[in-house]
Design a protein around this ligand. Structure first.
Ligand SMILES: Cc1cc2nc3c(=O)[nH]c(=O)nc-3n(C[C@H](O)[C@H](O)[C@H](O)COP(=O)(O)O)c2cc1C
Length: 340
């Protein structure tokens, strides 16, 4: 079975890559990911806050997370990765990771303001990483900033980085854009080679006993995939050269098949591997291979985008019309009646 795929111009033997996370944050983990069959590794992010020497809540939280899940604790060695990584250590890690394995290494920069992006992008590029991911993780918290201003800021970041480096650039996005297809088009014009759908926001909860906001970081489950499927399906086949990566909610063989049919060029795995270990990649690979053979596919390319908006036998299922139909189908006794 030919599972080859092209992501950001990188020829990969199959679509499963490690998403930005602690799974790529030590050399041992990087080597384990390659041994387990990952097609590429996205290293955890270097955060804008780290660059600015500010305290970084999310980063600390990643550390907290590692300590709090028993599966992760047994899976990860005791070394804690988050706190001691300043920009220099991060660059050193990228350099060592590149030397340690043969599969592509993708560096990740996480922030939203125009600042040191070009400088760090240049340093990434000099290290020889195969691509970089720009994670535009931003939560607006003022009523003075317009959507247009935010989008303009993001495209400016991408065009500055583009002018600084030649390596491929993927942009990791949240789903919260008024017109995602148009914004993605602007990113392509600014020089992006791909988009990664979607960031999972770090969503604080309220602790009713302590009456304080408490940080939470839950692993995903397959339900989160549906949002990705919809937008992959809408974006597939629309752009000149942009690759599409799916991140969020791929846990099973079926999730992976759906993501590819919706239009993903590659699938970034994190939660499933944190829960079950990187060794879960092989059963996923075998699963999609068996399914494709049974269903007479010869290659991943043949399957890619087959259920996208352009190619789907019923694209209206992606559209608003279906929304009405689904709402009307829900009966008070809980019986679902959908006319097809
Ligand atoms: C513990 C942990 C750490 C993460 N660290 C990063 C990070 O450094 N940079 C980033 O862009 N995304 C980070 N993510 C988000 C993942 O890359 C991924 O987009 C998200 O978990 C959804 O994929 P999943 O459903 O396979 O987990 C992290 C996620 C987890 C669970």
């Amino acid at each position: 079975m030919n599972l080859k795929t092209n992501y950001l111009g990188l020829e990969l033997p199959h679509p499963f890559i490690i998403g930005a996370s602690p799974l790529g944050s030590t050399l041992d983990r990087v080597r384990r990911a390659e041994d387990a069959g990952a097609a590429a590794i996205t290293v955890h992010s270097l955060f804008e806050e780290q660059i600015q020497h500010h305290e970084n809540g999310l980063h600390v939280h990643v550390h907290t997370y590692e300590e709090s899940f028993s599966e992760a604790r047994t899976y990860f060695p005791q070394t804690v990765v988050g706190d001691h990584y300043g920009p220099e250590e991060y660059l050193e890690h990228l350099r060592n990771a590149k030397e340690a394995v043969d599969i592509p290494i993708i560096g990740s920069l996480n922030g939203t303001h125009l600042g040191s992006w070009t400088q760090y992008a240049t340093l990434f590029s000099e290290i020889g990483v195969d691509a970089m991911e720009l994670n535009l993780y931003y939560q607006p918290n003022t009523d003075e900033e317009t959507a247009t201003e935010i989008e303009k800021r993001f495209t400016t970041i991408v065009s500055h980085v583009r002018s600084a480096v030649e390596i491929p650039i993927a942009v990791k996005l949240s789903p919260f854009f008024s017109s995602l297809p148009n914004f993605v088009r602007q990113l392509e014009k600014a020089g992006a080679n791909g988009v990664v759908l979607f960031n999972r926001f770090y969503q604080p909860d309220i602790d009713l006993d302590e009456l304080e906001t408490k940080p939470t970081l839950k692993l995903s489950d397959s339900n989160e995939l549906l949002l990705r499927l919809r937008w992959l399906a809408i974006l597939f086949g629309r752009y000149d050269w942009l690759s599409l990566a799916c991140t969020g909610g791929v846990h099973t063989r079926d999730d992976a098949l759906k993501a590819i049919m919706a239009g993903a060029d590659c699938i970034q795995l994190v939660s499933v591997l944190l829960q079950h270990g990187v060794e879960r990649i092989r059963p996923l690979l075998e699963g999609i291979t068996d399914w494709m053979e049974e269903n007479e596919y010869e290659s991943l390319e043949q399957m890619k985008g087959s259920m996208s908006y352009h190619n789907s036998p019923n694209p209206e299922a992606i559209e608003r019309a279906n929304y009405l139909q689904i709402l009307k189908s829900w009966e008070p006794n809980g019986k679902v009646v959908i006319d097809t």
